[in-house]
Design a protein around this ligand. Structure first.
Ligand code: NAP
Length: 257
């Protein structure tokens, strides 16, 4: 009997970790039937690789325009996804898109902080809220007991930069105050969502992808996107209600808050 396929949505799917997730989810440990690859400029030059991939897998990949810093854009994308999925709902939502501004506390302006917070925290919050009916539909439609990414889950790609316990050991290497504050906020969003929505059987967790050689991670990163995503997909496939609200890295290790 063929394995049941799940539906998934990834934000920031046109490059970096998001694009690699789209590639690997086509043949990853969680069999995907419908994959919504969202990005803010699907017709622009930075989305060419995603467009090429979508043309190869037209039955699976649906490109959806979504600027995560714009609530109207998020609402429009929900309608688009809903019109494809119907009552089956959305099984897996991956809040991947994010930005980093290289500023220490003394360089950071109110505008830097507001802009990064808007993308890295307010965006994922709005996305979780707006897609909640679809996640609830998926949880209700699923016959799988407990919690899992094959049933209903929202996973946010966070960072050890948001770990308060690790600041002493990492700050001098990477003094990015606004980014750190935003990822700590994103982690709190995960924990609040996990607590508030546990009776809906929707799983929430934060994942650290490693230090990865992407545009954001730079060429000195420790691992490439392929290794990071292979690890994250393995972790996603292993999540149960025991990891609801957890902060894990791409190897499945718990990251201290
Ligand atoms: P990246 O290569 O810079 O890619 C960032 C992605 O986010 C791009 O697709 C970008 O789209 C998208 N994005 C940014 N703002 C957006 C918006 N308002 N609406 C829609 N999409 C938006 O970064 P990455 O390394 O793949 O990072 C992915 C995630 O992993 C981020 O959340 C990041 O914080 C996290 N992370 C990365 C590392 C690392 O070492 N790379 C480490 C820890 C955590 P455009 O092409 O339109 O700009």
């Amino acid at each position: 009997m063929a394995a049941r396929t799940v539906s998934a949505l990834i934000t920031g799917a046109n490059r970096g970790l998001g694009l690699e997730m789209v590639k690997q989810m086509l043949e990853g440990p969680i069999p995907v039937g419908k994959l919504f690859a969202s990005c803010r400029d699907p017709d622009g030059p930075k989305s060419e690789a995603l467009q090429t991939l979508a043309k190869k897998y037209p039955d699976i990949i649906h490109i959806v325009r979504m600027d995560i810093s714009d609530l109207c854009s998020i609402k429009e994308s929900v309608q688009q996804v809903d019109s494809v999925l119907g009552k089956e709902g959305l099984n897996l939502l991956i809040n991947n898109a994010g930005i980093l501004t290289r500023c220490s506390l003394q360089d950071c302006t109110p505008e830097d902080m507001q802009s990064i917070f808007n993308t890295n925290v307010v965006g994922p919050m709005n996305i979780i809220k707006e897609f909640l009916p679809l996640l609830r539909d998926a949880a209700k439609a699923s016959k799988i007991p407990g919690m899992s990414c094959s049933k209903a889950a929202a996973v946010s790609i966070s960072s050890i930069m948001g770990s308060m316990e690790m600041v002493k050991g990492t700050y001098s290497l990477c003094p990015v105050t606004s980014y750190r504050v935003s990822k700590a906020g994103l982690n709190m969003l995960t924990v609040c969502a996990a607590e508030e929505l546990k009776n809906d059987e929707i799983l929430f967790s934060s994942l650290h992808p490693g230090w990865v050689r992407t545009d954001m991670g730079g060429e000195d990163g420790e691992i490439d996107a392929q290794e990071s995503v292979e690890g994250m997909l393995r972790v996603l496939a292993s999540l149960t209600e025991k990891q609801n609200g957890a902060f894990l890295d791409y190897k499945g290790k718990t990251v201290p808050w």
